[in-house]
Design a protein around this ligand. Structure first.
Ligand code: CO
Length: 479
């Protein structure tokens, strides 16, 4: 057993609500912000872990808090604002929880207060992207919220100029294909939505840089599907339908959150669903494999007629426990996320897999031009120790060609968020640029924005915020 790289108490402190909205130039900086780093890092994640002291049962149920760190000629400006969703405004006004959370937050009052209450709060807390001239806060089960990119003010629900209908979902994991073969090499955004039910409909959307719908496709698969992310190649959208079952009754009757009714079925296989992106190709391919549970895919690509998918896999899906705060999570009891490569042979309809990285890791990211393409470098958030399960305290860089890695750790008192890779302007070298991440520093109960050199992972600059930001989920770079 290796020595613990963190204390539970330090980790917990990073989940305190941040109720304030700030707007200032960052003046406490160690190192130098690269002059060529110009643009905005947008981040999203749960900002409130309680409503007026009433605890949110799971961080996935916390209201979306957007951060914007704007880099301008060696200076950096910080701003954060809550997405002013209808539910956020109602609950802040009432000073209490009014909505049930998907992951188990019940309204106070127990079973009677929750029975048959199927109203969800669109919490807009998972990702934030700029596309089609709009800044959008995303949450997979409902419509995006549009934000003003300069002030972060919420402008309301956005239907993407009619691409979405009221009630439609829009996943928090769009990919940007930098050079789409069906659009003369122009970029396009590829995303999906899940329409749940006894059978599940997967909807794929491809949207131009101007925000126009290029392609849309619907495909139904039998059974319940819990699909948070997908992968793309030039020719396919790839979905892993993890073996889970869903029993809606405890949820309908108010005992549990919907997320608590999902059970991992270890005896069943994962179905790998390949939906062609070519509008003339109507054949959806389905392969089967053993994959464990997957939240996030790192990348996918086609090489010599095979399709490869790299994904962070868990041996099983940890169940959301009842009557236990997520703050009491025992990391040692849970399986770590580990990086696997799946090789899909489409003619033989077989799948083989191999582990690439056994260190506990999450939040993979690649060079934006390598999305869906054969690639060499992958960046992830990772645990400090090379084995076991633990909070994410380090940034890991993998060289998939030489099978070597680099690690920059912020243990014992630092906890990282998703890395974002920013390419150096005009560089053709895949790993030339910077990796940006927010690090919660338990020493000072504040967060830092850290800029790493993406080639050697050495720290280029540490920007000290005047406060903490609770652990976030996803974000993006906009230039
Ligand atoms: Co995600």
């Amino acid at each position: 057993m290796s020595i613990k790289s963190y204390t539970q108490k330090d980790w917990q402190k990073g989940y305190q609500s941040q109720t304030n909205e700030f707007d200032y130039w960052i003046d406490e900086i160690e190192g130098t912000i690269p002059a060529e780093l110009n643009g905005t890092l947008f981040r999203n994640g749960p900002g409130l872990l309680d409503i007026n002291g009433q605890i949110i049962a799971h961080p996935f149920d916390g209201d979306g808090l957007i951060c914007a760190i704007k880099f301008e000629q060696g200076k950096a400006h910080f701003q954060n604002k809550f997405v002013k969703t209808e539910g956020y405004l109602q609950e802040q006004k009432a000073g209490k929880i009014l909505y049930r959370g998907v992951f188990g937050t019940s309204k106070p009052g127990g079973f009677l207060a929750n029975i048959f209450d199927l109203k969800f709060k669109n919490i807009a807390n998972t990702n934030v992207i700029y596309w089609g001239g709009k800044l959008l806060a995303l949450w997979e089960a409902a419509e995006p919220h549009r934000l003003n990119p300069d002030t972060l003010e919420t402008m309301g629900l956005d239907y993407l100029d009619g691409i979405l209908q009221p009630g439609d979902g829009f996943s928090a994991h769009p990919w940007i294909d930098s050079s789409c073969i069906f659009d003369h090499g122009n970029p396009c955004l590829v995303n999906f939505a899940i329409k749940p039910g006894l059978s599940t409909t997967i909807v794929t959307y491809e949207i131009s840089p101007e925000g126009k719908l290029l392609r849309k496709r619907e495909h139904s698969v039998p059974g319940f599907a819990f699909i948070h992310d997908f992968a793309i190649t030039p020719n396919y959208c790839i979905f892993f339908q993890n073996p889970v079952s869903y029993n809606p009754f405890p949820f309908l009757f108010g005992f549990k959150g919907a997320g608590q009714c999902i059970k991992y079925q270890p005896d069943q296989l994962t179905r790998v669903i390949l939906i062609p992106r070519n509008p003339d190709d109507t054949e959806v391919k389905i392969l089967e494999t053993q994959s464990g549970f997957i939240f996030h895919h790192a990348n996918a690509f086609e090489r010599n007629g095979q399709v490869y998918v790299d994904s962070v896999c868990y041996e099983n899906l940890p169940e959301v426990k009842e009557n236990t705060s997520f703050l009491e999570t025992n990391f040692d009891e849970l399986p770590p996320g580990q990086l696997w490569r799946f090789s899909l042979d489409l003619s033989q309809e077989t799948v083989s897999s191999q582990i690439i990285e056994s260190r506990c890791c999450e939040f993979p990211v690649v060079h934006p031009d390598k999305v869906g393409r054969d690639y060499r470098y992958l960046y992830l958030a990772a645990a400090h120790n090379s084995s076991g399960n633990a909070p994410l305290q380090a940034i890991l860089k993998l060289d998939l060609q030489t099978n070597t890695s680099k690690l920059q750790s912020f243990a014992n008192r630092g906890f990282v968020s998703e890395p974002i890779f920013v390419p150096k302007p005009n560089s053709l070298v895949e790993d030339e640029g910077w990796v940006l991440t927010m690090v919660y520093d338990a020493n000072y109960h504040r967060s830092n924005v850290v800029i790493l050199d993406s080639q050697n992972l050495e720290t280029v600059a540490t920007l000290h915020l005047k406060h903490h930001i609770p652990y976030g989920l996803h974000g993006s770079w906009y230039k």
